[in-house]
Design a protein around this ligand. Structure first.
Ligand code: HEC
Ligand code: HEC
Length: 247
């Protein structure tokens, strides 16, 4: 098994939809190893933070608590270039991340991380409108609480940072996010800026169930030595750099 997987790492990753679909299918049939998932996560915590909570600016999404099948699909899409993510893509190469087993492992680790109890939210001044839009346009796919769907790899969106939600929404609508769901893109085509702000504010305030939420101030005990100081504002190559990982 290990041998076969090592080989797929190299051959499946050329590019394109078929490769991503093949990896998705393969990873979903494996038994994840959480301990290895924790090791692989050392690659991710630099940007997504050791808690997997991302940040309010919307640059780095919260990934903690995401359904495993969704994380697997996004990783496969990003490395097959079906979803552009130049910042993260180098970390998803077979050399850095590994093969489908590593993808399955890290996705399971991330799914089990407790979620941010105080994610970034919107202005809070148009929530009734947001709720109505959500009920009319989103519930069928993302669920009444934004909990997503493991089987159809529809993302959990509850409790995500507001600014990241708005950014993805715009990217999905404009077609810039190439792995977007075409039905969703169609559904949201006519949303006005007010609609987008209202529905995403509503989504960002949908609380995950208590058993998925962390206590305020929780720090991931798997990474006790990680420096959680705010990012330095020294521009290197013209943009802020994430802190260095600690092993
Ligand atoms: C260098 C920074 C960086 C590293 C390292 C990184 N990511 Fe990301 N990741 C990002 C950025 C930026 C985005 C958002 C991209 C966008 O806006 O579309 C993202 C998005 C994602 C998404 C999509 C989230 C969603 O809601 O659709 C997943 C899943 C993800 N990362 C998982 C990982 C995993 C797993 C690792 C480690 C193997 C990792 N990332 C390492 C920067 C990084
Ligand atoms: C027809 C089903 C469908 C409908 C309707 C739909 N979505 Fe989606 N949505 C999806 C799927 C599937 C994805 C993931 C696409 C992918 O990357 O594979 C997604 C992705 C997203 C994302 C990006 C999540 C992330 O983690 O990056 C957001 C945000 C989102 N949807 C919000 C909404 C909102 C708000 C509505 C209603 C206004 C909506 N969607 C309606 C199916 C749907």
């Amino acid at each position: 098994m290990a041998c076969a997987l090592a080989l797929t790492g190299g051959t499946l990753l050329a590019s394109g939809h078929e490769d991503a679909a093949g990896e998705l299918d393969a990873a979903l049939h494996l038994t994840p190893n959480l301990d290895n998932g924790r090791k692989v996560f050392q690659l991710c915590n630099v940007c997504h933070t050791p808690e997997g909570w991302g940040n309010e600016s919307g640059m780095y999404p919260q990934i903690a608590g995401q359904l495993a099948s969704v994380t697997v699909k996004q990783l496969a899409d990003i490395r097959a270039r079906n979803r552009d993510n130049p910042t993260m893509r180098p970390f998803t190469s077979p050399q850095q991340l590994g093969g489908v087993q590593e993808i399955a492992d890290v996705a399971a680790y991330i799914a089990a991380l407790p979620m941010n109890p105080s994610n970034g939210v919107g202005a809070g001044n148009d929530l009734a409108h947001g709720e109505q839009l959500y009920k009319d346009n989103c519930v069928d796919c993302h669920g009444d609480r934004g909990q997503g769907d493991e089987k159809d790899h529809i993302p959990l969106i509850q409790g995500q940072h507001y600014r990241y939600l708005v950014r993805q929404f715009d990217m999905i609508r404009s077609g810039q996010r190439r792995n977007a769901d075409p039905k969703m893109a169609k559904q949201i085509r006519r949303f006005s800026p007010r609609d987008v702000a209202a529905v995403m504010d509503y989504v960002s305030r949908l609380k995950p169930p208590a058993d998925k939420l962390a206590e305020p101030g929780w720090q991931n005990p798997d990474f006790p030595k990680y420096s959680r100081k705010p990012m330095p504002h020294t521009p290197i190559y013209g943009r802020p750099q994430p802190p260095r990982p600690q092993r």
